[in-house]
Design a binder for this molecule. Structure first.
Ligand code: GLN
Length: 426
């Protein structure tokens, strides 16, 4: 906690810090351990967790990084948060993000700019930049984020921590403020693979509050990890690994390419066969994503009308109330996406944009399926560059969107089966 207090003025990972409450919880825990013993407490007892502020937390503000939700305090915890608390973790605060998850640098927050703990002139990535920087600056042990098109993987890469984006449906979305519902997932950050595996086992699993959550069993991911202290014993013998060719091409920083090549040769030394593989539909992912995500966002964000949540303004009629609260409460990027999405969903345009983007999504999915018939694992960088300077891309949305090209391609979902199973159950 003292480290958090010391580093927060320069890093600004948190929109809301609950350090006093966390301290009380920790003291209570110490008393329990003193009387009942270490074995009597929950498995994650005392572990400090940062929670991205688009996940609802009871008795704590939850803004989604948007001024339109200033002052909103949900009455309930998101399922992922509830499961962590039940396992003994302490929520130490709400981390900063690009408004409603739309962005790649965390500069799009309605509240503050978070800096990269390795170099405060650089962005931490986004949209879960606060969750990544908080773990990177050791302000908390692990954190939760959300990933729609890269928002866990890219900031983890920029901040030098481990970020895990689970498969769609693996973790319940209940209590996550919806951005693009067919793509949104809750993920986590840690400073090691073991930490993220531990957290995933706690937060994953079916939830009756989210009919798209998968009912597949949740393994103890941590116990499935093999210690890699055994370079000699070739633990990856027989494994086939494909490095996606298109992710090492034009527009990718040479440092990124050499890191991936270094990792690939390490995987080879561990016994696997590593080859380059081409994903022919690679470049289609980005345009399809920005149509789908903006369309779904335009529909999801219509709930922020200035009546049910957050800040209210005084107005003479309903239109003035809606218009006034959205004009003041929403930021530039969010407004732009609502306009793009509304346009793409308009009568007469649906077939040309949304439907076509869904067809492209199916093509991308098909090329992944084909590649995964030949390889056990596909490897790519998380982003074409390392963390760039604050302010460098904020006024150039296309350059910013282009930075998502590596993470966007793997977000196709396979949700229908579990949704149907759940409907039967209900
Ligand atoms: N940068 C992407 C976007 O702005 C991804 C964001 C996310 O995964 N939430 O949409």
């Amino acid at each position: 906690l003292s480290r958090l207090r010391r580093t927060e003025p320069s890093v600004r990972s948190f929109i809301h810090v609950a350090d006093a409450a966390a301290e009380r919880e920790a003291e209570e825990l110490d008393r329990r351990i003193a009387t009942e013993g270490q074995d009597a407490v929950e498995p994650l007892a005392g572990v400090l967790v940062g929670v991205k502020d688009n996940l609802c937390t009871a008795n704590m503000p939850s803004t989604g990084g948007s001024r339109i939700l200033d002052g909103y305090r949900p009455a309930y915890d998101a399922t992922a948060v509830r499961r962590l608390r039940e396992a003994g973790a302490i929520v130490v605060g709400k981390t900063n993000l690009d408004e409603f998850g739309m962005g790649s640098t965390t500069e799009g927050s309605g509240f503050q700019v978070t800096t990269n703990p390795w170099d405060d002139s650089r962005v931490p990535g986004g949209s879960s930049g606060g969750s990544a920087s908080a773990v990177s600056a050791r302000q908390c042990v692990v954190s939760l984020g959300s990933d729609t098109g890269g928002s866990v993987r890219q900031p983890a890469s920029f901040c030098g921590v481990v970020g895990l984006k689970p498969t769609y449906g693996r973790v319940s979305r209940f209590g996550l403020m919806a951005y693009a519902s067919s793509l949104d997932v809750v993920g986590c950050f840690g400073s090691s693979v073991v930490d993220t595996a531990t957290i995933l086992s706690v937060i994953a699993g079916h939830d009756k509050m989210d009919s798209t959550s998968s009912s597949h069993d949740v393994p103890d991911y941590k116990s499935e990890l093999t210690p890699l202290d055994l370079l000699e014993s070739k633990p990856l013998n027989g494994m086939r690994i494909g490095v996606i060719q298109e992710t090492l091409g034009e527009g990718v920083e040479t440092g990124v390419i050499s890191s991936i090549k270094g990792a690939a040769s390490h995987l080879e030394q561990l016994g696997s066969v590593v080859e380059e593989v081409s994903l022919p539909s690679f470049s289609l992912g980005l345009p399809a994503y920005y149509i789908l995500a903006s369309s779904e966002a335009s529909s999801n964000l219509s709930r922020y009308d200035g009546i049910r949540y957050g800040r209210q303004i005084s107005a003479d009629d309903l239109n003035e109330l809606y218009g006034g609260s959205r004009a003041n409460g929403l930021g530039h990027e969010v407004k732009m996406r609502i306009l793009m999405g509304t346009y793409a969903l308009s009568a007469g345009y649906y077939d040309a944009y949304y439907k076509r983007a869904q067809q492209v999504r199916t093509l991308v999915k098909k090329s992944f399926r084909e590649a995964l018939e030949r390889y056990d694992i596909l490897v790519s960088p998380a982003a074409p560059s390392a963390a760039y300077k604050i302010g460098e891309k904020i006024n150039d949305p296309l350059a910013m969107y282009a930075g998502d090209i590596m993470t966007i391609i793997s977000v196709t979902s396979d949700v229908k089966r579990s949704a149907v199973a759940d409907l039967k159950e209900w």
